[in-house]
Design a protein around this ligand. Structure first.
Ligand code: N01
Length: 863
């Protein structure tokens, strides 16, 4: 550690909306700072993007700073969606009001930055040949500031006027009487095309992928919106901070799959009329996660396009069909589609007629075996940006031991919270990749990041620390979490700039964090409240490393637990068994129904002591006979019945191609151990004997979940010992295998993951006396001999008290020579795998269970 003092405490790159607020906060904190800005004035994106029609696509009352209450109350936006000149005026006003320009070095580009481990300083190199040392280095470079290379043959040969939407001439362009070609149909093109068309003598639009665009319905700020913010401005801003997209709005709790066609059309019409980018994707809760739900919305918009555009061929070409709605950024327009009804406007569909080359006179496209040449006076490239990472890696950033950020990110960005990256101490990013950024109201996300960064610098100073860096483990955890969230959605299906797919050679990964602004903010706050979970900090006061990893649960599991916490349900173990059963049934009734199957029959079969056992038989729709899987429900031998795992049984039936017979068994405390175990075996014997009548083909397997998996494991042992019935296999989902010992997973996961240690104790106490718990019937792991058992497929879940005993059983079976497939479900809890229709991330384990059954039954199954 050296005591070398830097030139300034903080170097900021960029003087846009983020850079200005950073400079303000840093000055208020008494830290010295300089911002380097390539442009000759403030504004960032609003400085560069001056193309005709440029506006924000989040309502201006929302897309505003909230940190200056006086500004917030006095600034009047003239329209719902302000134009670029008005937004630039606003940004300039802020810079003047707070005298921020004096901290900015304009017309100066940052080319490189290197960390020095000895001095613990960054050296920042600028294109004027200067070097500036700083303790902290903040990239406030914006998500859409690095223009994409148009990557079209012949670019540069055109002899007419050439314009890029992202670098528009300050003096403006008059296209009157000109023949104009526009390449691209993203937001920039969609905003500018109607205005260029109103001037040009001929306009030709070259479209590679059509976009979904909604009418902006721009005009004065709507009275209802104004009333909402005027009623209590501070409360409104607070709502925005804890909303999913940084804009206060009610989230739909309706599924597009379960409402009537009439209701769907009604919601989509409302969304179309609302004119915001969040209205259509938010019309139903499942539009961005379910392909069928999404297709309803997509077709609605396509029908709107067909109703606006006169020429059917042009209309169809304008209809997006190759990706789900909303997985490329939705656009807001004013008269975009109607512009194609103008006689001097032509659409060239590059899928049918790809560009062969830009030429000195215009553009040549392939046309059948020949070519068509278009001649222009002016060409407009609206070809987009190297989004989110482009502006960051364009600077040569060298971290610890010379590690290059560009190389580290070659396979996709790796960050902790989208704020920092391991090996790059004291380097912060504002709205970096893997933060909500572009999927939110940027004004809200920028402020949150600036506040987090500045509060962190304040904290370091207060604690006599100088250096902060995320640990590798924390970063790996966040990258995994961000990817898990993305994988739950439809976003990976589109070749969008969200995926980096618009830039040839760029890694294809989801760049923004999809968990929402509210959740993300709570996570960032929790990291701080936990004393910087996942960060290493050092300085004169010593070194402190927090080895924690956040967000290890799968995202949908996390969401489900959050929702359950909000319900504040009473603990089941506080209830007498009959009440616990009724409570569990009520919860189950609120769960999504499982899929249709070929046939469902409810009947009874004899239990071990002349008692009747209800069962439900699920028959596949495929022609029989079928193999049979006897299934035992979960519920700790206390709750549940033949129909309580209905959705899982349906799913298994369809995907395994076997008949599933879900059989009930007697429960504690009324019927204590070993009643349930004996019933399970009696049921197996009866099913084997009646297989023909039940539609079976003679093959038989057992399956179960939790206590039901314990029964399945038991009967698998007993059939071996009693010489039948013979089993093709056993599928054990989060089984109880040892009632007598609570392993480490009871401590790790004993609270907060639905099945708690207390609940498990309650189940055990209700069913098995202490003295019986070492009996191998109750604890199959304790059997003296595990050899010769039917092949097993065992699923254990990372956040389950029963995890370790399930793992131990898999290991013990394998040791005994049993054929075992053991799947450890990452980020799942005890109850998440059976939750068909509710938990997306556990579908893979359900599929694996079904695949295991198919494997047991070999060639006899058809699905
Ligand atoms: O860029 P884009 P943009 N040959 O990447 C096409 C924000 N924004 O500047 O889709 C032929 O969306 C490309 O085709 P394809 C907003 O977040 C906001 O328009 O790759 N075509 C696409 O059609 C937005 O999403 C506002 O097949 C080529 C177009 O060029 C983001 O900025 C306004 C091509 C690029 O569209 C980017 O929007 C404007 C090629 N070689 C922008 N290369 C607001 O309202 C690319 N294309 C705030």
């Amino acid at each position: 550690m050296s005591d070398q003092q830097p030139d300034v405490d903080v170097v900021v790159v960029g003087a846009g909306i983020a850079g200005l607020y950073l400079l303000y906060r840093l000055r208020e904190m008494g830290m010295s700072a300089v911002a380097f800005e390539t442009g000759d004035d403030v504004g960032g994106t609003w400085y560069w993007n001056r193309y005709p029609g440029a506006r924000c696509d989040v309502q201006s009352i929302d897309y505003s700073y909230s940190w200056d209450a006086e500004l917030d109350e006095t600034w009047e936006w003239s329209e719902r969606y302000a134009t670029q000149p008005e937004i630039l005026r606003y940004v300039n006003h802020v810079a003047d009001k707070h005298d921020l320009r004096r901290h900015i070095t304009f017309e100066t580009r940052v080319d490189g930055a290197a960390w020095n481990d000895d001095t613990e300083l960054w050296t920042v190199a600028t294109d004027d040949g200067q070097q500036t040392t700083c303790r902290y280095y903040v990239m406030a470079t914006g998500c859409l500031s690095s223009m994409k290379d148009p990557d079209i043959a012949g670019t540069g040969t055109f002899e007419g006027d050439v314009y890029f939407t992202g670098r528009w001439p300050h003096e403006g362009v008059d296209f009157t009487g000109k023949r104009v070609g526009v390449i691209g149909t993203g937001s920039s093109a969609i905003q500018s095309i109607p205005i260029i068309a109103s001037q040009a003598s001929e306009l030709t639009v070259f479209q590679r992928t059509p976009n979904f665009s909604l009418p902006a319905h721009n005009g004065p700020v709507r009275p209802a919106d104004r009333a909402a913010i005027d009623a209590d401005r501070a409360a409104y801003r607070q709502l925005a901070k804890y909303s999913s997209a940084g804009v206060p709005r009610e989230l739909s709790e309706e599924s597009a799959l379960t409402v009537s066609e009439e209701r769907r059309q009604e919601r989509f019409e409302e969304a179309w009329e609302e004119g915001t980018i969040f209205s259509m994707t938010g019309a139903f809760m499942d539009l961005l996660v379910d392909r069928t739900a999404n297709e309803y919305a997509a077709e609605f918009v396509r029908n709107k396009i067909r109703s606006i555009v006169d020429d059917p061929t042009t209309a169809e070409a304008l209809c997006p069909t190759t990706y789900p709605l909303g997985t490329k950024r939705l656009c807001l327009d004013t008269n975009y589609y109607a512009t194609f009804n103008e006689p001097h406007v032509t659409l060239v569909d590059l899928f049918a007629n790809p560009i062969s080359s830009i030429t000195p006179a215009g553009i040549d496209v392939v046309d059948g075996d020949g070519a068509t040449s278009y001649e222009f006076d002016a060409l407009v490239y609206a070809t987009g940006f190297d989004a989110m990472t482009g502006a960051i890696v364009r600077v040569d950033i060298a971290g610890r031991n010379g590690v290059q950020l560009k190389e580290k990110w070659a396979e996709g960005p790796k960050t902790y919270l989208g704020l920092m990256s391991h090996d790059f101490p004291n380097l912060f990013m504002v709205t970096g990749p893997q933060s909500p950024s572009v999927l939110s109201n940027m004004a809200v996300s920028i402020e949150q990041h600036v506040d987090w960064i500045c509060d962190t610098l304040d904290h370091l100073r207060d604690h006599d620390q100088r250096v902060i860096e995320p640990t590798q483990e924390a970063e790996d955890g966040w990258v995994a979490h961000a990817n898990d969230f993305a994988d739950m959605t439809l976003f990976p299906e589109a070749n969008s700039w969200y995926m980096g797919a618009n830039v040839p050679g760029k890694a294809r990964v989801v760049l923004p964090y999809l968990g929402g602004v509210d959740r993300y903010r709570r996570i960032c706050d929790a990291v701080v409240d936990g004393d910087y979970v996942g960060f290493a900090r050092s300085g004169p006061s010593g070194e402190h490393v927090d080895t924690g990893v956040i967000c290890r649960l799968q995202p949908d599991v996390m969401v489900m637990l959050e929702m359950m916490a909000e319900l504040d349900l009473p603990p089941m173990e506080s209830m007498p068994a009959p009440d616990a059963r009724a409570f569990s049934e009520a919860m189950g009734a609120a769960s999504p129904p499982g899929p249709e199957v070929g046939d469902v029959i409810d009947a009874t079969l004899p239990g071990a002591d002349g008692n009747d056992l209800d069962y439900r038989l699920y028959r596949p729709a495929t022609p029989g006979p079928h193999p049979i899987t006897l299934y035992f429900h979960g519920g700790g031998w206390v709750i549940g019945n033949a129909t309580s795992d209905d959705a899982l049984c349906r799913d298994l039936c369809n995907n395994s191609g076997s008949i599933i017979i879900s059989v009930d068994y007697r429960h504690g405390p009324e019927a204590k151990f070993p009643a349930a175990h004996h019933d399970a075996y009696a049921a197996l014997a009866w099913v084997a004997e009646h297989a023909d009548e039940l539609g079976g083909n003679g093959e038989l397997a057992v399956a179960g979940w939790s206590a039901g998996a314990n029964l399945a494991a038991h009967v698998a042992q007993r059939t071996r010992d009693e010489g039948g019935p013979s089993l093709a296999g056993q599928v054990l989902l989060t089984p109880v295998t040892d009632c007598a010992e609570q392993r480490q997973s009871y401590t790790d996961n004993g609270e907060g993951y639905v099945l708690t240690k207390n609940l498990m104790d309650y189940f055990l106490d209700n069913y098995i006396d202490e003295a019986d718990r070492t009996d191998p019937i109750a604890s199959p792991l304790r059997a003296s001999n595990l050899a010769g058992l039917a092949p097993a497929m065992i699923v254990t879940c990372e956040f389950d008290p029963l995890r370790d005993e399930g793992d131990a059983y898999a290991a013990a079976l394998r040791e005994a020579g049993v054929d075992v497939e053991h799947v450890q479900a990452h980020g799942q809890i005890h109850t998440s795998v059976p939750a068909v229709g509710a938990m997306v991330t556990s579908a893979t384990y359900r599929e694996q269970m079904a695949a295991a059954l198919r494997g047991f039954f070999g060639a006899s199954v058809a699905v």
